[in-house]
Design a protein around this ligand. Structure first.
Ligand code: ARG
Length: 580
């Protein structure tokens, strides 16, 4: 649709010598009124005329030039100029784009020659990936694909939480476990065998014991100090937790189809922290407050803590160094942090500190925040150990999908893989179809419904296209060839037009999704295409036609729709089954 809008803007410019912005257009309340509208308020102001008068004059003046460029009608409606695309040329243009550029359909090169760094997922070592990490993973993965669609060079970074005071606790918990199990080697073996659930258990038990015995807090602090000062034994235990965690995280990412270019954890910056603190001291100023090192920034009510009273380093200090490192390595145009809204203050502090330090890249950094995801009544706090794990949620989704498949299509081949696609798609789509800043209350029944605004509905429509193409291909063989032209009467059919307009909105949705860092735009255009196709399917009997040209057009529409549904889902990180 962007090309059509640009054409109308250019025609206006040629006629009035007035330029409009890319955003100067509006959707029409219904398609009977036009495919889209150009509001005339801005033009009217520049011309010193009433907007409806400008609209009427423009509609008359633009009619001939636009008709020569693939428009069928230009009409004034109050203060708007409404336009209609001519169906055959719209169809031709969309078909060409689908043919020439299938994998990049909808991308407009907005990021050509530019680089974006996306920090997402970034779970904490030795803790399970929780549902808040799922949100970060799903949103970050989709944004990564959306930026790539626009031609950006994308660097996906997993900034693992692999440094910090909680490692003091883990090291102490590991040591406390030795007499209970027998030997360090035995604890190590158990850790490797049981992985994250065991690590989490160690952590939870230590926290619980700490409540009764404050000496354990001191011991954990001391242990982290030892780790930070390079103690070999602490380092070895830390490495064990880290490696075992990463191994499991990678399995989960493989399952989710998410790729990272870099696993750069917080520990990467361990040796550069003192220099960063010194830089803040030199350039901005710091002071000691109750033994800790703090920095006071104008506009910040609370001082920013840079080093704890026991000398331990902090999350924000590591982020200062990481931001600079990313700048040096990638010279990014944008650096996104896909992190829950709970860390809003953290990122305000971080960006303001970077600004105070005079870092040239700070205005390219953004916190892409999101609300909380909840599953029924369970909360997500790992300290108490009652969180729902992402892996469990995926398994549950798969099991539920398998149940549905058994009822609907008991003979389905690959039922297991299809169930995985449906269950995972249901969770991810439910999440991504909402505005990211909202809290999301997950509900299996709505997420898995085949009739709602869901991934299973889109996936089902995709599978329907596959089977329809098989049936229509055999029917096509019984028909003699026609003229080879798409029949104008069928192209003018309301349902065909509705489908083409839905295809045509894909580029605008991709643009908005990129501009606002908002994957829900892709979720809705994909749903629109699926709905428009189902309308067509119900209104036109594909297998009844004996006209080869008609059938060819319907098959082409089915092929295009199948491709776009798959493409839309892929941009969200969801797979589309051929059958379900
Ligand atoms: N590991 C952190 C957490 O789980 C998220 C890290 C986000 N990225 C960053 N650069 N701070 O809360």
């Amino acid at each position: 649709m962007r090309a059509s809008i640009d054409r109308v803007h250019a025609a206006i410019k040629a006629h009035l010598q007035l330029s409009l912005d890319a955003t100067d257009w509006a959707p029409t309340p219904n398609k009977q009124l036009g495919d889209f509208a150009i509001p005339c308020f801005k033009l009217a102001k520049a011309l010193g005329k009433a907007p409806p008068l400008v609209a009427t004059e423009l509609a008359t003046a633009l009619s001939a030039p636009l008709k020569a460029q693939g428009f069928s009608e230009v009409r004034a409606v109050g203060p708007y100029v409404n336009v209609f695309r001519e169906a055959a040329s719209l169809y031709q243009e969309l078909r060409d784009e689908l043919k020439n550029n299938p994998t990049q359909f909808g991308g407009r090169g907005l990021g050509k020659g530019k680089t974006v760094v996306i920090d997402f997922s970034s779970p904490n070592v030795a803790k399970e990936i929780g549902l808040h990490h799922l949100r970060s993973t799903a949103i970050g993965n989709s944004l990564s694909r959306l930026f790539r669609l626009q031609g950006f060079k994308v660097e996906n970074i997993n900034y693992l939480g692999d440094w910090g005071t909680s490692f003091g606790k883990l090291i102490e918990a590991f040591k406390a476990e030795i007499p209970l199990i027998g030997s360090a080697a035995a604890v190590e073996k158990k850790l490797l065998a049981e992985g994250l659930p065991y690590m989490l258990d160690l952590y939870v038990r230590y926290n619980r014991a700490e409540k009764e015995n404050p000496a354990l807090s001191e011991a954990a602090k001391a242990a982290f100090q030892k780790l930070e000062s390079g103690d070999a034994e602490s380092r070895k235990i830390w490495q064990l937790f880290r490696d075992a965690s990463i191994r499991e995280f990678k399995q989960l990412y493989a399952r989710l189809g998410v790729d990272f270019d870099h696993f750069d954890g917080e520990s990467l910056y361990e040796t550069r922290l003192n220099a960063a603190v010194q830089e803040v001291t030199d350039k901005v100023g710091t002071r000691i407050s109750e033994g800790a090192l703090v920095c006071e920034l104008v506009g910040h009510k609370v001082p920013i803590l840079l080093r704890k009273d026991d000398g331990a380093s902090l999350y924000i200090t590591r982020d200062i160094v990481a931001a600079e490192d990313r700048w040096q390595r990638f010279h990014f145009d944008h650096s996104l942090y896909v992190v829950a809204v709970q860390q809003k203050l953290h990122f305000q502090q971080l960006f303001d500190l970077l600004r105070a330090l005079g870092k040239p890249f700070v205005d390219r950094c953004e916190h892409v925040s999101f609300g909380m995801l909840s599953f029924g009544s369970k909360t997500m706090k790992s300290r108490e150990g009652n969180m729902i794990f992402l892996k469990d949620a995926l398994d549950e989704g798969k099991a539920k999908a398998l149940e549905i498949i058994r009822q609907k299509n008991p003979d389905l081949a690959d039922a297991d893989d299809v169930a995985e696609m449906i269950g995972m798609g249901a969770i991810i789509f439910f999440d991504l179809s909402q505005n990211r800043s909202h809290d999301v209350k997950f509900d299996w029944d709505s997420a898995l419904s085949f009739e709602g605004d869901t991934s299973p509905f889109v996936q089902y429509t995709h599978a329907r296209c596959t089977s329809l193409l098989e049936k229509t291909s055999s029917h096509r063989k019984t028909l003699t060839n026609g003229s080879g032209e798409a029949p104008p009467a069928l192209l003018a059919h309301e349902a065909v037009r509705g489908l083409l307009l839905a295809w045509d909105s894909f580029d605008l949705a991709a643009e908005k999704a990129y501009v606002h860092r908002d994957p829900s735009q892709i979720a809705s255009v994909t749903l629109d295409i699926a709905k428009a196709f189902n309308q067509l399917y119900h209104k036109v009997r594909f297998l009844d036609t004996s006209d080869a040209d008609e059938l060819d057009l319907l098959m082409e529409l089915t092929r295009g729709t199948k491709h776009l549904l798959k493409h839309g889902l892929a941009l969200l990180g969801i797979r589309a089954p051929e059958r379900m």
